[in-house]
Write a protein that binds this ligand. Structure first.
Ligand SMILES: N[C@@H](CCC(=O)N[C@@H](CS)C(=O)NCC(=O)O)C(=O)O
Length: 231
């Protein structure tokens, strides 16, 4: 069986578990402590990072982009009959999401208002691009069927929902199509299985303890947003 080496609150891992869950592929997870990486892990992970997927053949594959592409190549695409052009576009929108995982982590980790505001504004620009791209007429990014783009953005949307639940800060404030998309993605049957049972506890412990978000449960929403539409 496939083995996934993981860290509980890593968004790159969650993208991979979402891709596996979406295709109903069985796998086992091994969690490691990133502060004290075991030698066996360092021997199979050239970048020293999770996720690493060990395939059925025992091959260790690193870098989440490569892992997600391997899942498609090995187990078949999530969507059939995608043109090369559309696949390239899907990858581009996916990369826009994954390239902002660390930006969201950094924003949530901010210790003071100035840092939080600067970082959240950058992230806001990205979510605004998404708002402009969404049609508002389908459940998911492109249609009513889950695609790779939804899978790539799922960790960002999930974290935004938890932050909103505990702090009232909404990364998607004033972006109604993105909010509807977030709700649809979070309501999918795969969602719960993309993280461990104690994910929310671990997430809160890391990002919502002793951070600007944690200490300011009513942090300012983006100044150009329509507060009444969302908060
Ligand atoms: N480019 C990598 C990024 C993965 C990554 O940043 N993983 C983090 C956890 S979320 C990690 O392992 N950090 C430990 C380290 O960099 O030493 C990928 O897409 O797989």
């Amino acid at each position: 069986m496939i083995k996934l080496v993981s860290f509980k609150i890593c968004p790159f891992v969650q993208r991979v578990t979402a891709a596996l869950e979406a295709k109903n592929i069985p796998y086992e997870i091994q969690y490691i402590n990133l502060q004290d990486k075991p030698d066996w892990f360092l021997n199979i992970s050239p970048n020293g990072q999770v996720p690493v997927m060990v395939s059925d053949n025992g091959t260790a594959i690193f870098e989440s982009d490569a892992i997600v592409e391997y899942i498609e190549d090995e187990y078949g695409p999530l969507e059939a009959n995608i043109s090369n052009e559309q696949r390239a576009l899907d990858r581009a929108w996916s990369y826009l999401g994954t390239k902002n995982y660390l930006a969201q982590c950094g924003t949530m980790s901010s210790k003071d208002e100035e840092t939080f505001t600067a970082r959240s504004q950058k992230l806001r620009q990205i979510f605004s691009k998404i708002e402009a791209q969404l049609s508002g007429t389908t459940q998911f990014f492109k249609s009513d069927a889950l695609s790779n783009v939804d899978i790539a953005w799922l960790p960002l949307l999930h974290r935004a929902a938890i932050v909103k639940k505990y702090t009232d800060y909404d990364f998607l404030c004033g972006l109604p199509k993105a909010q509807a998309w977030q709700s649809a993605v979070l309501a999918t049957t795969i969602m719960d299985n993309t993280v461990s049972d104690d994910f929310e506890f671990q997430f809160k412990d890391f990002y919502l303890t002793n951070t600007y978000l944690a200490n300011n449960s009513h942090v300012n929403q983006p100044s150009n947003s329509n507060l009444s539409a969302c908060c």
